[in-house]
Design a protein around this ligand. Structure first.
Ligand SMILES: Cc1cc2nc3c(=O)[nH]c(=O)nc-3n(C[C@H](O)[C@H](O)[C@H](O)COP(=O)(O)O)c2cc1C
Length: 220
């Protein structure tokens, strides 16, 4: 298969998400890159589609979420609870980053797809290098070895040559890189619209057809 709108080769595309075959179980890793609103919206959209969700927030991810969601709490459980509340998700399996023995860490009990959103360039590099140190890295590593869909949503500006090399390695290994780069051809009127664009492109890559943002054909 090929990924819509891209020239990803067939072999690589097979490792990506199949269009029209949207996953029912997903692992969502949330790291310490800016973009808490992307994580909350993505979890909400997946929850609303009835997906079974496993969630892991990195240690710095907890701090960034607390700041960007303007949560009064600072502890891990309270902040992750705040994220799920912001997402409107009531039912998710939540894991700490040091739970390397959690079910999604094994290829034998693995979710159908993995999204790291937002993905720091530190986590992207660690997955690319295969030097796992936490559950998010391990799940990314397993997705690549098991040829399961892995979608990475990096956010950084500007990108160094090292960042670009690591993202290229991830892409070559089968991950789909969906950068947090909202487009403006949909004429966004709000931050929500811009968040919906990025999350919508992730959902599209996962194979969902009902998207939260307009397509070009709707607005041209
Ligand atoms: C408020 C804040 C915002 C950050 N934003 C980014 C970012 O947008 N992209 C990025 O790659 N790193 C960003 N960082 C740095 C990462 O959090 C840092 O590299 C960290 O080691 C990533 O660890 P993690 O991937 O395990 O979450 C930010 C850090 C803080 C405190």
């Amino acid at each position: 298969m090929s990924v819509p709108g891209s020239s990803i080769p067939e072999a690589e595309g097979r490792r990506g998400a199949a269009r029209g075959m949207s996953p029912r179980s997903l692992f969502v890793g949330v790291t310490g890159a800016s973009g808490a609103l992307y994580a909350a919206r993505l979890l909400g959209e997946l929850g609303a589609r009835g997906c079974e969700l496993s969630v892991c927030v990195s240690d710095v991810g907890v701090r960034v979420l607390a700041h960007e969601l303007e949560l009064p709490e600072r502890g891990r459980d309270a902040v992750v609870g705040g994220l799920l509340r912001a997402a409107g998700v009531r039912d998710a399996a939540v894991f700490a980053p040091d739970e390397l023995d959690a079910p999604p860490a094994s290829g034998s009990s693995f979710p159908e797809a993995v999204v790291v959103c937002p993905c720091s360039l530190a986590t992207a590099a660690t997955i690319a290098l295969g030097t796992t140190r936490n559950l998010i890295h391990r799940v990314g590593d397993v997705a690549l070895k098991e040829r399961r869909p892995l979608i990475v949503v990096p956010r950084e500006m500007p990108l160094s040559t090292i960042h670009l090399r690591r993202l290229l390695e991830l892409s070559e290994a089968g991950a789909l890189i969906v950068p947090a780069m909202p487009g403006f051809y949909t004429l966004p009127r709000s931050v929500d619209d811009m968040v919906a664009f990025v999350v919508g492109r992730v959902l599209q890559a996962l194979g969902f057809d009902d998207l939260p943002h307009p397509r070009w054909s709707d607005v041209r």
